[in-house]
Design a protein around this ligand. Structure first.
Ligand SMILES: [Mg+2]
Length: 216
């Protein structure tokens, strides 16, 4: 099977950010009166946008968070990224081998994507071709972001392949009519993840970025 565009999720696919991000969210939410563990954040919110996570928690609490929470979360995540963030192993090697155009489609904000790619030396790989949930109405698992990215890149959805590490991401790619591959090599991996990504519609799953070119 061939394709004309490879769309990468960012968190957990290009950069090994999910353990860091989930930990910071758990600490900050707990401090603001919503006790939650790192594992629970991963289970409930992995792959979804912060905006939608916040909506869900506020509905549950019956009150809105202070706007300061958002700012603090962004600042805390970026500070931790600056100290700890690393690329997913062998992602450079995979990008060297792929001959098709590539882009990023992430639930994170454009600012966060740019910071993560810069910190891990991946900025030049994608240039301006980074797309965020903040540019569309509905984040993953809706197809909006993937369709937006494909349109911006000038490629038909059925000619795209999406690399994702989360169930909402795989569901979104499939809803967009794209082939989806599940990556399970991030530090946040938990047993059963590959099966869950397959059940969501991933045509294959893999744990080593050096394997990616053979699936594209
Ligand atoms: Mg992800």
């Amino acid at each position: 099977m061939s394709c004309d565009l490879v769309i990468f999720d960012c968190d957990g696919v290009l950069v090994d950010s999910e353990v860091i991000s989930c930990r910071v969210h758990a600490e900050t939410l707990t401090r603001h009166g919503y006790p939650i563990t790192t594992e629970q954040v991963a289970e409930r919110f992995l792959g979804r946008s912060g905006r939608e996570a916040r909506r869900e928690i506020e509905a549950e609490l019956g009150r809105a968070f202070d706007d300061a929470l958002e700012e603090q979360l962004v600042a805390d995540v970026l500070r931790s990224f600056a100290e700890e963030l690393t690329p997913i192993p062998f992602v450079d090697q995979a990008l060297d081998t792929i001959t098709q155009p590539v882009c990023v489609a992430s639930s994170g904000t454009l600012k966060r994507i740019a910071f993560a790619l810069a910190r891990t030396g991946l900025t030049a790989r994608f240039g301006p071709h980074t797309f965020s949930a903040e540019q569309v109405n509905n984040g993953k698992p809706a197809p909006d972001l993937f369709l937006y990215a494909a349109k911006q890149m000038g490629v038909a959805p059925q000619r795209c392949v999406v690399i994702e590490d989360s169930v909402p991401g795989i569901l979104g790619a499939r809803a967009a009519g794209m082939r989806a591959l599940g990556f399970v090599g991030g530090s946040h991996f938990v047993p059963g993840m590959a099966e869950r990504l397959s059940a969501a519609g991933a045509s294959a799953t893999f744990a080593d970025m050096r394997q990616l070119p053979e699936f594209i």
